[in-house]
Design a protein around this ligand. Structure first.
Ligand SMILES: NC(=O)C1=CN([C@@H]2O[C@H](COP(=O)(O)OP(=O)(O)OC[C@H]3O[C@@H](n4cnc5c(N)ncnc54)[C@H](O)[C@@H]3O)[C@@H](O)[C@H]2O)C=CC1
Ligand SMILES: O=C(O)C(=O)Cc1ccc(O)cc1
Length: 362
């Protein structure tokens, strides 16, 4: 049996556990220092076995996944380095930053075991094992950051195991990873939080802000609901990169201030043209680091019960709907419902079911 130990069975650790559990030749052990968490892991059946003993989880493990907040990785690595681990054991992590943990692991000079940094580039704003799902990584990128000292054989064993996640494995230099992910994931999280807090401040004097901020505002700020501890650690760990990115962001904002101050409409147009062009070239329908929603629009006659019929139909076929919004509903025009799904397969199933009775647009 190949033993996989998972430290921190939350959203990511739990999702990995679900990918591996029950697969031929694999056994999954979860660790938490908290007895009630261990009970929860077992009750939810995400692992084969769970323990509060740090040593017991690591003993004889072929793979160790550290799925705790980035700020705890060094402590976990130090503790592991003092244990008699199985020779050839591969230790990996799932932290959202890679340079600091890679440097720390190489300084530890682990003997007979390898550390290979990892980052499954998929997730959600929810945390905890309750939010874990075996399909979280499907079609997403999974970055690995081996270095010149990583044995080829250990890397291959890890990539073979990760096939169960159905993610696309990519090898990236740890520092480059932090720069890119800083720009496409960490900066958007800061911007979302700052934007929500700005509007919350205005809302203190007029609650209309909150009432009108439905729909689009909620969508583009979804990631502002992410876990504060997880994100505190990510941003502190990627501090240098983030400070540079925020300086550049200030420049972008400054450009808009100037354009508005000078009433430069042509300049504003150009900014939108430039953005449209780059955005238009982004890969479509591929799972990116920030989870997207899959939306469809359904024309519905304005009569009572129609929303109930649609949600019942989807529910009875186990299609997971994540949001529903009435875009317009007047007596003279059909209403339009926007249905949002987290997963493409849910959207596809909904399309198939609804097309029979409704006009549906993607
Ligand atoms: N949230 C996301 O969408 C993604 C997160 N990551 C990375 O995965 C790691 C885990 O994140 P999630 O699974 O989202 O978090 P989570 O909060 O769902 O899970 C964290 C786990 O670590 C345990 N833990 C152990 N020591 C802890 C401590 N001192 N403080 C808090 N929790 C402690 C918790 O009990 C929990 O089981 C982080 O390093 C994060 O950067 C990577 C990709 C996506
Ligand atoms: O909620 C979302 O869409 C995310 O952005 C999730 C996420 C969080 C952290 C990561 O390192 C990768 C992905």
């Amino acid at each position: 049996m190949t033993k996989i130990a998972i430290y921190g069975v939350g959203l990511i650790g739990g999702s990995l556990a679900l990918c591996f559990k029950g697969k031929p030749g694999l056994t999954v052990v979860g660790h938490s220092g908290n007895p009630s968490s261990v009970e929860k892991y077992l009750k939810r059946e995400v692992v084969d076995y769970a323990t509060t003993s740090f040593e017991e989880a690591a003993e004889g493990a072929d793979f160790i996944f550290l799925c705790v907040p980035v700020g705890n990785l060094e402590e976990y690595l130090t503790r592991l380095s003092k244990l008699p681990l199985k020779p050839g054991c591969v230790i990996t992590d799932v932290g959202s930053t890679k340079a600091s943990v890679a440097e720390y692991a190489s300084r530890l000079n682990l003997q007979g075991v390898s550390f290979i940094g990892g980052h499954p580039m998929a997730g959600k704003e929810k945390s905890g094992v309750e939010a874990a799902t075996s399909r979280l990584f499907e079609n997403a990128f999974y970055v690995l950051t081996p270095d010149k000292d990583t044995p080829e054989e250990a890397y291959t064993r890890l990539t073979d195991l990760l096939q169960w996640t159905r993610a696309h494995i990519v090898k990236v230099d740890a520092r480059l990873h932090d720069e890119i992910v800083g720009a496409i994931s960490h900066l958007p999280h800061i911007i979302a939080v700052a934007l929500v807090n700005q509007v919350a401040r205005y809302n203190e004097s007029n609650e209309l802000y909150q009432n009108l901020a439905a729909g689009g505002f909620r969508d583009i700020t979804r990631i502002a609901s992410s876990d504060p501890i997880i994100w505190r650690d990510i941003l502190i760990s990627n501090k240098t990169v983030m400070l540079n990115l925020l300086k550049d962001w200030n420049e972008e904002v400054g450009r808009f201030i100037k354009l508005l101050e000078t009433g430069n409409g042509e300049g504003i147009e150009q900014e939108f043209h430039k953005a449209n062009q780059f955005r238009g070239g982004l890969p479509e329908r591929r799972k990116g680091v920030i989870h997207s929603f899959y939306d469809i629009y359904v024309d519905v006659p304005d009569h009572p019960g129609v929303i109930g019929q649609i949600t019942m139909l989807l529910g009875s076929h186990r299609v997971n709907l994540s949001n529903i919004q009435i875009i317009e509903s007047r007596e003279d025009v059909p209403g339009v419902l926007r249905l949002s799904f987290r997963e493409e397969y849910d959207m596809d199933k909904a399309l198939e079911l609804l097309k029979k009775d409704y006009t549906v647009h993607v």
